[in-house]
Design a protein around this ligand. Structure first.
Ligand code: ADP
Ligand code: MG
Length: 312
Protein backbone atom coordinates (compact mmCIF):
# COMPACT_ATOMS: atom_id res chain seq x y z
CA UNK A 1 0.00 0.00 0.00
CA UNK A 2 3.08 2.20 -0.25
CA UNK A 3 1.85 4.39 -3.08
CA UNK A 4 -1.84 3.86 -2.49
CA UNK A 5 -3.77 6.93 -1.46
CA UNK A 6 -4.89 6.85 2.17
CA UNK A 7 -8.27 8.26 1.14
CA UNK A 8 -9.42 7.05 -2.23
CA UNK A 9 -12.79 7.62 -3.88
CA UNK A 10 -13.47 6.19 -7.29
CA UNK A 11 -16.51 7.22 -9.26
CA UNK A 12 -18.37 7.84 -6.06
CA UNK A 13 -22.01 8.86 -6.45
CA UNK A 14 -24.94 9.28 -4.14
CA UNK A 15 -28.42 9.71 -5.50
CA UNK A 16 -31.39 10.71 -3.33
CA UNK A 17 -34.49 10.24 -5.43
CA UNK A 18 -34.14 12.76 -8.24
CA UNK A 19 -31.19 14.51 -6.67
CA UNK A 20 -27.63 13.55 -7.54
CA UNK A 21 -25.97 14.75 -4.35
CA UNK A 22 -22.52 13.44 -5.32
CA UNK A 23 -21.73 12.88 -8.96
CA UNK A 24 -18.93 10.47 -9.99
CA UNK A 25 -16.40 11.86 -7.63
CA UNK A 26 -12.77 10.85 -7.92
CA UNK A 27 -10.44 11.84 -5.16
CA UNK A 28 -7.14 10.70 -3.77
CA UNK A 29 -5.58 12.05 -0.63
CA UNK A 30 -2.02 11.01 0.14
CA UNK A 31 -0.66 10.26 3.56
CA UNK A 32 0.31 13.41 5.47
CA UNK A 33 -1.67 15.83 3.33
CA UNK A 34 -4.03 18.49 4.60
CA UNK A 35 -6.77 18.30 2.02
CA UNK A 36 -9.39 21.02 1.86
CA UNK A 37 -12.73 19.77 0.63
CA UNK A 38 -14.42 22.98 -0.33
CA UNK A 39 -17.76 23.86 -1.78
CA UNK A 40 -20.83 25.96 -1.13
CA UNK A 41 -23.63 24.74 1.10
CA UNK A 42 -25.47 21.80 -0.40
CA UNK A 43 -22.56 20.85 -2.69
CA UNK A 44 -22.37 17.30 -1.34
CA UNK A 45 -19.41 17.53 1.05
CA UNK A 46 -21.07 15.92 4.04
CA UNK A 47 -22.60 13.20 1.88
CA UNK A 48 -19.15 12.40 0.47
CA UNK A 49 -17.65 12.28 3.94
CA UNK A 50 -20.38 9.92 5.14
CA UNK A 51 -19.61 7.60 2.24
CA UNK A 52 -15.86 7.74 2.96
CA UNK A 53 -16.60 6.71 6.54
CA UNK A 54 -18.95 3.91 5.59
CA UNK A 55 -21.85 5.69 7.30
CA UNK A 56 -23.91 5.81 4.15
CA UNK A 57 -23.77 3.52 1.17
CA UNK A 58 -22.65 4.91 -2.20
CA UNK A 59 -25.12 4.56 -5.06
CA UNK A 60 -22.19 3.84 -7.38
CA UNK A 61 -18.46 3.69 -7.02
CA UNK A 62 -16.32 2.90 -4.04
CA UNK A 63 -14.48 4.58 -1.23
CA UNK A 64 -11.39 3.25 0.47
CA UNK A 65 -9.75 4.61 3.58
CA UNK A 66 -6.42 3.19 4.79
CA UNK A 67 -6.85 0.45 2.22
CA UNK A 68 -10.25 -0.70 3.49
CA UNK A 69 -13.43 -0.52 1.48
CA UNK A 70 -15.65 1.80 3.49
CA UNK A 71 -18.93 0.11 2.59
CA UNK A 72 -17.67 -3.42 3.24
CA UNK A 73 -15.41 -2.86 6.21
CA UNK A 74 -16.80 0.20 7.97
CA UNK A 75 -15.57 -0.89 11.38
CA UNK A 76 -11.95 -1.09 10.22
CA UNK A 77 -12.29 2.34 8.65
CA UNK A 78 -13.89 3.66 11.81
CA UNK A 79 -11.06 2.33 13.97
CA UNK A 80 -8.40 4.15 11.95
CA UNK A 81 -10.28 7.36 11.25
CA UNK A 82 -11.24 10.16 13.55
CA UNK A 83 -14.38 11.95 12.45
CA UNK A 84 -15.58 15.29 13.66
CA UNK A 85 -19.13 15.75 12.44
CA UNK A 86 -20.69 19.08 11.63
CA UNK A 87 -22.48 19.13 14.95
CA UNK A 88 -20.38 17.66 17.71
CA UNK A 89 -22.35 15.94 20.41
CA UNK A 90 -21.16 15.87 24.01
CA UNK A 91 -22.86 15.13 27.25
CA UNK A 92 -23.36 18.64 28.60
CA UNK A 93 -23.77 17.52 32.19
CA UNK A 94 -20.45 15.68 32.15
CA UNK A 95 -17.10 17.43 32.37
CA UNK A 96 -14.78 17.66 29.39
CA UNK A 97 -12.53 15.00 30.90
CA UNK A 98 -15.46 12.66 31.59
CA UNK A 99 -16.62 13.01 28.01
CA UNK A 100 -13.19 12.16 26.63
CA UNK A 101 -12.80 9.22 29.04
CA UNK A 102 -16.12 7.95 27.76
CA UNK A 103 -14.81 8.05 24.19
CA UNK A 104 -11.60 6.32 25.28
CA UNK A 105 -13.61 3.47 26.82
CA UNK A 106 -15.77 3.16 23.71
CA UNK A 107 -12.57 2.76 21.72
CA UNK A 108 -11.13 0.25 24.18
CA UNK A 109 -8.17 2.43 25.11
CA UNK A 110 -6.71 0.90 28.31
CA UNK A 111 -7.70 2.96 31.39
CA UNK A 112 -4.21 4.13 32.39
CA UNK A 113 -3.28 5.16 28.88
CA UNK A 114 -6.65 6.86 28.52
CA UNK A 115 -6.09 9.04 31.59
CA UNK A 116 -2.77 10.33 30.30
CA UNK A 117 -3.96 10.66 26.73
CA UNK A 118 -7.00 12.68 27.76
CA UNK A 119 -4.78 15.16 29.59
CA UNK A 120 -2.35 15.28 26.70
CA UNK A 121 -5.06 15.94 24.13
CA UNK A 122 -6.74 18.64 26.22
CA UNK A 123 -3.33 20.30 26.22
CA UNK A 124 -2.81 19.77 22.49
CA UNK A 125 -6.08 21.50 21.62
CA UNK A 126 -5.41 24.40 23.96
CA UNK A 127 -7.85 23.48 26.73
CA UNK A 128 -5.47 22.46 29.51
CA UNK A 129 -7.36 24.07 32.37
CA UNK A 130 -10.99 23.27 31.76
CA UNK A 131 -10.98 19.48 32.07
CA UNK A 132 -13.26 19.57 35.07
CA UNK A 133 -15.73 22.04 33.64
CA UNK A 134 -19.10 20.85 32.38
CA UNK A 135 -19.28 20.86 28.59
CA UNK A 136 -22.64 22.65 28.78
CA UNK A 137 -20.66 25.71 29.86
CA UNK A 138 -18.34 25.60 26.83
CA UNK A 139 -18.49 28.07 23.95
CA UNK A 140 -18.92 26.74 20.44
CA UNK A 141 -15.20 27.25 19.76
CA UNK A 142 -14.26 25.35 22.91
CA UNK A 143 -16.63 22.52 22.01
CA UNK A 144 -15.05 22.32 18.60
CA UNK A 145 -11.59 22.08 20.17
CA UNK A 146 -12.85 19.45 22.54
CA UNK A 147 -14.26 17.67 19.50
CA UNK A 148 -10.80 17.58 17.98
CA UNK A 149 -9.36 16.24 21.24
CA UNK A 150 -12.10 13.62 21.22
CA UNK A 151 -11.17 12.58 17.69
CA UNK A 152 -7.51 12.24 18.72
CA UNK A 153 -8.17 9.97 21.69
CA UNK A 154 -8.04 6.80 19.63
CA UNK A 155 -4.86 7.95 17.87
CA UNK A 156 -6.26 7.78 14.35
CA UNK A 157 -4.20 7.75 11.16
CA UNK A 158 -6.65 9.96 9.35
CA UNK A 159 -8.91 12.68 10.61
CA UNK A 160 -11.90 14.00 8.75
CA UNK A 161 -13.38 17.25 10.00
CA UNK A 162 -16.69 18.42 8.62
CA UNK A 163 -16.87 22.24 8.71
CA UNK A 164 -14.66 22.53 11.80
CA UNK A 165 -14.92 26.32 11.86
CA UNK A 166 -18.66 26.59 11.34
CA UNK A 167 -20.23 29.16 13.62
CA UNK A 168 -16.93 30.28 15.11
CA UNK A 169 -15.68 33.86 14.88
CA UNK A 170 -12.70 34.57 12.57
CA UNK A 171 -10.20 34.65 15.39
CA UNK A 172 -11.38 31.36 16.87
CA UNK A 173 -11.46 29.85 13.40
CA UNK A 174 -7.88 30.87 12.71
CA UNK A 175 -6.81 29.20 15.93
CA UNK A 176 -8.58 25.97 15.04
CA UNK A 177 -6.96 25.98 11.62
CA UNK A 178 -3.54 26.57 13.19
CA UNK A 179 -4.20 23.63 15.48
CA UNK A 180 -4.96 21.46 12.46
CA UNK A 181 -1.66 22.46 10.82
CA UNK A 182 0.12 21.63 14.04
CA UNK A 183 -1.45 18.17 14.20
CA UNK A 184 -0.47 17.49 10.65
CA UNK A 185 3.15 18.51 11.22
CA UNK A 186 3.77 17.10 14.64
CA UNK A 187 1.67 13.96 14.51
CA UNK A 188 2.03 13.26 10.81
CA UNK A 189 -1.69 12.84 10.44
CA UNK A 190 -3.59 12.92 7.21
CA UNK A 191 -6.31 15.51 7.49
CA UNK A 192 -9.32 16.17 5.34
CA UNK A 193 -11.47 19.09 6.27
CA UNK A 194 -14.56 20.39 4.59
CA UNK A 195 -15.62 24.00 4.48
CA UNK A 196 -17.85 26.35 2.56
CA UNK A 197 -15.44 29.18 3.30
CA UNK A 198 -12.82 28.90 0.62
CA UNK A 199 -10.72 31.89 1.58
CA UNK A 200 -10.70 31.09 5.23
CA UNK A 201 -9.45 27.56 4.85
CA UNK A 202 -7.31 27.43 1.75
CA UNK A 203 -4.23 28.88 3.44
CA UNK A 204 -3.64 25.73 5.47
CA UNK A 205 -4.31 23.16 2.74
CA UNK A 206 -1.65 21.42 0.72
CA UNK A 207 -4.34 20.70 -1.86
CA UNK A 208 -7.97 21.58 -2.28
CA UNK A 209 -10.83 20.06 -4.17
CA UNK A 210 -13.79 22.23 -5.02
CA UNK A 211 -17.15 20.57 -5.14
CA UNK A 212 -20.13 22.24 -6.79
CA UNK A 213 -23.47 20.47 -7.15
CA UNK A 214 -21.86 17.12 -6.45
CA UNK A 215 -19.08 17.55 -8.99
CA UNK A 216 -15.45 18.28 -8.42
CA UNK A 217 -14.86 21.40 -10.51
CA UNK A 218 -11.26 21.94 -9.49
CA UNK A 219 -8.61 19.91 -7.77
CA UNK A 220 -5.03 20.84 -7.06
CA UNK A 221 -2.70 22.90 -4.95
CA UNK A 222 -3.91 26.37 -4.13
CA UNK A 223 -0.97 27.70 -6.12
CA UNK A 224 -1.98 25.71 -9.16
CA UNK A 225 -5.58 26.85 -8.91
CA UNK A 226 -4.83 30.41 -7.94
CA UNK A 227 -2.31 31.22 -10.60
CA UNK A 228 -3.49 32.58 -13.88
CA UNK A 229 -2.48 30.12 -16.51
CA UNK A 230 0.91 31.03 -17.80
CA UNK A 231 0.86 32.39 -21.30
CA UNK A 232 1.00 29.67 -23.89
CA UNK A 233 0.40 26.88 -21.38
CA UNK A 234 -2.85 25.02 -21.11
CA UNK A 235 -4.28 22.41 -18.85
CA UNK A 236 -6.72 19.90 -20.22
CA UNK A 237 -9.09 17.75 -18.22
CA UNK A 238 -9.82 14.52 -19.99
CA UNK A 239 -12.08 11.72 -18.89
CA UNK A 240 -11.41 8.44 -20.66
CA UNK A 241 -12.89 5.08 -19.87
CA UNK A 242 -10.74 3.24 -19.05
CA UNK A 243 -7.74 5.50 -18.55
CA UNK A 244 -5.07 2.83 -18.84
CA UNK A 245 -1.34 3.24 -18.14
CA UNK A 246 -0.76 2.73 -21.89
CA UNK A 247 -3.01 5.68 -22.62
CA UNK A 248 -1.11 7.84 -20.15
CA UNK A 249 2.17 6.79 -21.80
CA UNK A 250 0.93 7.54 -25.26
CA UNK A 251 -0.34 10.98 -24.22
CA UNK A 252 3.01 11.70 -22.61
CA UNK A 253 4.69 11.03 -25.98
CA UNK A 254 2.60 13.69 -27.75
CA UNK A 255 4.85 16.64 -28.65
CA UNK A 256 3.95 19.59 -26.45
CA UNK A 257 2.63 17.54 -23.53
CA UNK A 258 4.54 18.46 -20.38
CA UNK A 259 2.87 16.37 -17.74
CA UNK A 260 -0.02 13.94 -17.23
CA UNK A 261 -1.64 13.28 -13.88
CA UNK A 262 -4.08 10.43 -13.46
CA UNK A 263 -6.88 10.20 -10.94
CA UNK A 264 -9.15 7.28 -11.69
CA UNK A 265 -10.36 7.84 -15.22
CA UNK A 266 -9.59 11.54 -15.09
CA UNK A 267 -6.41 12.80 -16.67
CA UNK A 268 -5.03 16.27 -16.14
CA UNK A 269 -2.74 17.13 -19.00
CA UNK A 270 -0.39 20.09 -19.02
CA UNK A 271 0.79 21.18 -22.46
CA UNK A 272 2.51 24.13 -24.08
CA UNK A 273 0.63 23.90 -27.35
CA UNK A 274 -2.70 22.80 -28.78
CA UNK A 275 -2.84 19.02 -28.28
CA UNK A 276 -6.57 18.30 -28.13
CA UNK A 277 -6.92 16.45 -31.42
CA UNK A 278 -3.84 14.33 -30.72
CA UNK A 279 -5.10 13.51 -27.24
CA UNK A 280 -8.47 12.45 -28.68
CA UNK A 281 -6.66 10.27 -31.19
CA UNK A 282 -4.55 8.64 -28.48
CA UNK A 283 -7.70 7.82 -26.51
CA UNK A 284 -9.41 6.09 -29.43
CA UNK A 285 -6.21 4.31 -30.47
CA UNK A 286 -5.98 2.66 -27.05
CA UNK A 287 -9.64 1.62 -27.46
CA UNK A 288 -10.83 3.81 -24.62
CA UNK A 289 -13.93 5.95 -24.78
CA UNK A 290 -13.49 9.70 -24.58
CA UNK A 291 -16.12 10.81 -22.08
CA UNK A 292 -15.15 14.43 -21.86
CA UNK A 293 -12.39 16.87 -22.61
CA UNK A 294 -12.18 20.47 -21.59
CA UNK A 295 -9.68 23.22 -21.05
CA UNK A 296 -9.19 24.36 -17.52
CA UNK A 297 -9.89 28.03 -17.41
CA UNK A 298 -10.78 28.77 -13.85
CA UNK A 299 -8.75 30.56 -11.24
CA UNK A 300 -9.39 30.49 -7.55
CA UNK A 301 -10.72 34.03 -7.73
CA UNK A 302 -13.18 33.14 -10.47
CA UNK A 303 -14.33 30.07 -8.63
CA UNK A 304 -14.81 32.10 -5.51
CA UNK A 305 -16.84 34.76 -7.22
CA UNK A 306 -18.91 32.27 -9.12
CA UNK A 307 -19.76 29.77 -6.44
CA UNK A 308 -18.86 30.91 -2.99
CA UNK A 309 -19.84 34.51 -2.58
CA UNK A 310 -23.49 33.77 -2.10
CA UNK A 311 -22.80 30.91 0.24
CA UNK A 312 -21.65 33.21 3.04
N1 ADP B 1 -30.50 12.01 3.63
C1 ADP B 1 -30.76 12.82 2.61
N2 ADP B 1 -31.89 12.68 1.88
C2 ADP B 1 -32.15 13.49 0.82
N3 ADP B 1 -31.35 14.48 0.42
C3 ADP B 1 -30.21 14.68 1.10
C4 ADP B 1 -29.86 13.88 2.22
N4 ADP B 1 -28.66 14.31 2.69
C5 ADP B 1 -28.30 15.34 1.91
N5 ADP B 1 -29.22 15.57 0.96
C6 ADP B 1 -29.14 16.60 -0.10
O1 ADP B 1 -27.94 16.38 -0.83
C7 ADP B 1 -27.32 17.61 -1.17
C8 ADP B 1 -25.92 17.64 -0.60
O2 ADP B 1 -26.00 17.78 0.80
P1 ADP B 1 -24.72 17.81 1.75
O3 ADP B 1 -23.86 16.63 1.44
O4 ADP B 1 -25.19 17.93 3.14
O5 ADP B 1 -23.99 19.14 1.27
P2 ADP B 1 -22.87 20.01 2.00
O6 ADP B 1 -22.32 19.22 3.13
O7 ADP B 1 -21.85 20.30 0.94
O8 ADP B 1 -23.53 21.29 2.45
C9 ADP B 1 -28.22 18.71 -0.65
O9 ADP B 1 -29.05 19.13 -1.70
C10 ADP B 1 -29.01 18.01 0.44
O10 ADP B 1 -30.26 18.62 0.60
MG1 MG C 1 -22.21 19.67 5.14
Amino acid sequence: MADQAIIDATNLSKVYGELVAVNRLNLQVQEGEIFGFLGPNGAGKTTTILMLLGLTEPTTGAARVCGYNSAREPLKVKRLTGYLPENVGFYGELTARQNLMYTARLNAVPEKLAVSRVSEMMEVVGLPDVGDKKVAEFSRGMKQRLGIADVLIKDPKVIILDEPTLGIDPDGSARILDLIVDLSHRRKMTIMLSSHMLYQVQRICSRVGILVKGKMVALGSVDQLGKKLEAGKTTLDVEASPATPELVDSIKRIPGVLNVEKSGDLLTIAADKEVRSLVAKAVTQTRSALLQMRLQDYTLEEIYLRYFREAH
